[in-house]
Each structure stands twice: as structure tokens, then as C-alpha cells.
Design a protein around this ligand. Structure first.
Ligand code: ATR
Length: 273
């Protein structure tokens, strides 16, 4: 019997997940079906109940349901626990496991696709929302020298830093405190780019040879990436690789086979200009 999977969200029409997972299924010869599921904003649990009752095996989860997915689960991975949010679910009878693959996907994109090892590097993470919480543990697991979390609301950054403190060197600061500091890997995990805004980060944060990574994808040269380019940064990336790699992690978790991501990344890449 063909196994059923879907991405659930609201809205859901824009999601690239069906394109990505259908491609993975073809490339790996998996007998599975992957669709998009629109659920009412207040109807996540009922929609998942119905999907499971119809034999559904797993879901990807997108806005606004990542927190609901975590609450619905019977088993949460450490990454999902720390983020308080999940982007993948796996069903087996009464057991509902959730995962957050954003962080491992991003690490894989940086280390494997971009060829930039993270061990011993100084990392700056802009923002203290879901995107930052989702990637903190996998960053620390790479043995980075330090993760600095910067946010307009400093209390929020400090709270996230405390969550990761037992796992590695993580600190929080305000944007004004970045003067005179530089980092090897700088990630924009704020939602500023979605509004065409620039976080108040000084151009001096980019160390020689630094990477500037925009975690949003498909927006071309965002204000953050433009700041980096104008500062002479050579390594510029957006979140297309992160999107493809987190999808590949979920696919492997469900099916036991890890698809190659190159074709997906090539198909979805929007030039950075
Ligand atoms: P998400 O879960 O998508 O990350 P969120 O929890 O609302 O959404 O977090 C959005 C993040 O982007 C926050 O860290 C926010 O900063 P504040 O907590 O200080 O509000 C950050 N953000 C949004 N717009 C920004 C901007 N123009 N400049 C800097 N940071 C911005």
C-alpha cells in the first residue's frame, strides 16, 4: 500500500514541500504519496487526528502549527523540546514523535554544501525567535568556539542563551554591544527580511573570510545580505540549502534512506542579486 505523507499549514499553497518530497520519492524509488494539507487555524489536532485515522504516516509542519505539533506529540526530540516547536511528525499507532530538523539541516548546508566547517568558529545569531531556538543545539553540537545571540529584546536573547547553556558556550547581547566584535559565521534568524528590513547590525561583525547566511530563502539579496556584500563578504547564502537539507533529514527519518539534495537546491535557487 502507498504510504501517505503531507505538509500541514495555513496557508499552505506556497509550500515547496510537496515538490521536494515527491522528487525525493521518485529519486529513491519509495512508494509514497505526499500532498499539502490546509487545516483551519484552530483545527490542527482534529486535522492530524483525521490524517492518522486515514493511515497517514508522517507530516511536515509549517506556520502557524509548529508549536501545536510539539504539544500534540507523545515523544519530543531534544531539538524540538528546546525550540518548543516541531517541523516533522512521525506516527506509529498511539505513538507520535516530533522532530525539529531546521538546525541539522542548516548545519549540513554550511558544512557539507558550502564546505565551511563550524568547529572552533565564532558564530553570531541574529534574532531570538523560533528560527534561533531551532538551530542553537545543533550549532553547539558542532563544537563551535561560541554562539552569540543578539536581539532587540535582550531579555528574549538571554532566555534562549540560558536554554542552551548546559550544551556549550552561548551568550546573549544587545546590538549596541556588537561594536568591535567580529564573527566567522553570521546567521540572520530574524524575520526582518520578510518585511524588507535590516536588523541594526554593524557591518564590522563580519570577520575576514566570514559567511553571511540569510535563513529566509528565495528573497534574493536581502538588506542583510546586501550589508554583508557591501562589507566585502564573499560567502553569501540564503536558506534554500537549509530548506532542502531539513526536508532530506525528515525523509530519511521516515523512510530510512537519505535522498541527494542537489537537484532540489538547483531547482529552487533564486540568484542573490
Ligand atoms: P519566529 O518564530 O519566526 O522567529 P518571532 O518569534 O516573532 O518569529 O521572532 C522574530 C525575531 O525577529 C525576533 O527575534 C525579533 O526581534 P525582537 O524579539 O526584538 O522583536 C526579530 N526581528 C523582527 N524584525 C526585526 C528587525 N527589523 N530588526 C531586528 N530584529 C527583528
Amino acid at each position: 500500500m502507498t504510504d501517505r505523507y503531507a505538509v500541514i499549514g495555513n496557508p499552505i499553497g506556497h509550500s515547496k514541500s510537496p515538490f521536494i518530497h515527491q522528487g525525493f520519492a521518485r529519486a529513491t524509488g519509495q512508494d509514497m504519496d505526499y500532498t499539502a494539507l490546509l487545516a483551519p487555524v484552530d483545527g490542527f489536532a482534529a486535522a492530524v487526528d483525521a490524517f492518522r485515522a486515514a493511515g497517514g504516516r508522517g507530516l511536515n509542519v509549517t506556520v502557524p502549527f509548529k508549536l501545536d505539533a510539539c504539544a500534540y506529540a507523545t515523544v519530543r526530540s531534544p531539538a524540538a523540546e528546546l525550540a518548543g516547536a516541531a517541523n516533522a511528525m512521525r506516527f506509529d499507532g498511539e505513538r507520535v514523535e516530533v522532530e525539529n530538523f531546521d538546525g541539522v539541516g542548516l548545519v549540513r548546508d554550511v558544512v557539507h554544501n558550502l564546505g565551511l566547517p563550524m568547529r572552533g568558529r565564532r558564530v553570531l545569531l541574529l534574532g531570538a525567535g523560533g528560527a534561533t531556538r531551532g538551530v542553537l543545539l545543533p550549532f553547539l553540537a558542532q563544537g563551535v568556539a561560541e554562539v552569540m545571540i543578539v536581539n532587540r529584546d535582550l531579555d528574549k536573547a538571554q532566555a534562549v542563551a540560558r536554554l542552551g547553556a548546559t550544551q556549550g558556550p552561548v551568550r546573549a547581547c544587545a546590538y549596541a554591544a556588537l561594536a568591535g566584535q567580529s564573527f566567522d559565521l553570521v546567521f540572520n534568524g530574524t524575520s526582518a527580511s520578510l518585511a524588507g528590513e535590516l536588523p541594526p547590525v554593524p557591518a564590522s561583525v563580519f570577520a575576514p573570510g566570514a559567511l553571511a547566511y540569510e535563513m529566509v530563502y528565495g528573497k534574493g539579496l536581502t538588506p542583510f545580505l546586501r550589508l554583508a556584500a557591501d562589507a566585502g563578504v564573499q560567502h553569501l547564502a540564503d536558506g534554500v540549502g537549509m530548506l532542502a537539507e531539513q526536508a532530506a533529514e525528515a525523509f530519511a527519518w521516515w523512510r530510512g534512506v537519505r535522498p541527494d539534495t542537489k537537484a532540489v537546491i538547483d531547482a529552487l535557487t533564486v540568484p542573490l542579486r
